[in-house]
Design a protein around this ligand. Structure first.
Ligand code: 3PG
Ligand code: MG
Length: 399
């Protein structure tokens, strides 16, 4: 099984051909202003788009944004993304008001060689995410009709069995874009024989989201550091009071058994920043992780924990990090995420940051992206890759 690449497609001569690029332009938007708050995913697809533009292709970009329910919803329009993409490419991006309708067809028909169009949100169409093969297939037919070849550069969506990811490549000559290739190459080194010690840092809110990856990684890693909202379910499993911190009651037993099986590999916080409320200006202080006062909510890992995690990271040769250590969007609760991110950046190791939130945290905290070996654009996708699952979007490229 080999995956054909963008270079293979370029070698075939794409001048004047319509090339559909599935990108993951699912960027975070400010709830009030609708402005793009982090354009990392747009920048990540520029190498692929730039190469196609240079080669004179008619480039038709498609993506999802958020989770609209299968019909148009202005709050999830890709229009602002078209604007930003145009700025970054240094040339206007023609925006289609729909995904496969009249506007899409006329926009694509009007493209000159080397021009770029962006279609409206794929998920405005029920066929995109449908579980029904026929409905998905019918939508894929319409998308495929807009192009002569297909490039998947949407790494963040390769774990989705969606029309634009899974069914369109069955209908068009298909290749992997530069971003997808790089992601697969990097994550492949983590699933192979990584240099040791191999330390994984997991955060984010839910244990249930991370359970499969914890199970898959435990036998492979030397250390698993757990912070973020999910740490409280582990602390509860150790018999500690967690106050009104985030808790997945139904996962407590599972966490207990994971801790037993981990044989000391799992490192939990020893102190946490506990606040009176979930608010940026809530009164707060650092408390022992085994004694969170009953009315308080843990919103970050404490300084002693950061120091302990940093010490574990200092000696590592391979590091994978997914999920913030606390509510980093609020300055008072960003110290844990910053401290761990800095320790990873300073480690003499192959360092991979996975996940939209952790990648956004790196940039929001003003850390140097270059200090990390690789910042993945995929959250769920990178975790499922590390779990060893078959990713529909990758499998579709292999056929
Ligand atoms: C992401 O943000 O994780 C990807 O864009 C996939 O989005 P989804 O989880 O809504 O499918
Ligand atoms: Mg996601």
């Amino acid at each position: 099984m080999t995956i054909r690449t963008l270079d293979d497609l370029l070698a075939e001569e794409v001048t004047g051909r319509r090339v559909l690029v599935r990108a993951d332009l699912n960027v975070p938007l400010d709830k009030q202003t609708g402005q793009i708050t982090d354009d990392g995913r747009i920048r990540a697809v520029l190498p692929t788009l730039g190469a196609l533009v240079q080669a004179g292709a008619k480039v038709v970009v498609c993506s999802h944004l958020g989770r609209p329910k299968g019909s148009p919803d202005p709050a999830f329009s890709l229009r602002p993304v078209a604007g930003r993409l145009g700025e970054l490419l240094g040339a206007p991006v023609h925006f289609a008001e729909d995904t496969v309708g009249d506007s899409a067809r006329s926009t694509v028909a009007g493209l000159a060689d080397g021009q770029v169009a962006l279609l409206e949100n794929l998920r405005f169409n029920p066929g995109e995410t449908s579980k029904d093969e026929a409905q998905r297939g019918a939508f894929a037919d319409q998308l495929a009709a807009l192009a002569d070849a297909y490039v998947d550069d949407a790494f963040g969506a390769v774990h989705r069995r969606h029309a634009s990811v899974y069914d369109v490549p069955a209908r068009l000559p298909h290749v992997a874009g530069r971003l997808v290739l790089r992601e697969v190459e990097v994550l492949g080194t983590l699933t192979g024989e990584p240099d040791r010690p191999y330390v994984v840092v997991l955060g984010g809110s839910k244990v249930s989201d991370k359970l499969a990856v914890i199970e898959a990684l435990l036998p492979k890693v030397d250390r698993l550091l757990v912070g973020g909202g999910m740490c409280f379910t582990f602390l509860k499993a150790q018999g500690h009071e967690v106050g009104s911190s985030l808790l997945e009651e139904e996962m407590v037993e599972t966490c207990r058994s994971l801790l037993e099986r981990a044989g000391g590999k799992i490192m939990l916080p020893v102190d946490v920043v506990a606040a009176d409320a979930f608010a940026p200006d809530a009164p707060h202080d650092t408390v022992r992780a085994d004694g969170i006062p009953s009315k308080r909510v843990g919103l970050d890992i404490g300084p002693e924990t950061v120091a302990g995690f940093a010490a574990a990271l200092r000696g590592a040769r391979t590091i994978f990090w997914n999920g913030p250590m606390g509510v980093f969007e609020m300055a008072a609760f960003a110290h844990g995420t910053r401290g761990v991110a800095e320790a990873i950046a300073n480690a003499d190791a192959f360092t991979v940051v996975g996940g939209g939130d952790s990648a956004a945290a790196v940039r929001a905290l003003g850390l140097d992206e270059q200090a990390f070996s690789h910042i993945s654009t995929g959250g769920g996708a990178s975790l499922e890759y590390l779990e060893g699952k078959t990713l529909p979007g990758i499998a579709a490229l292999e056929n």
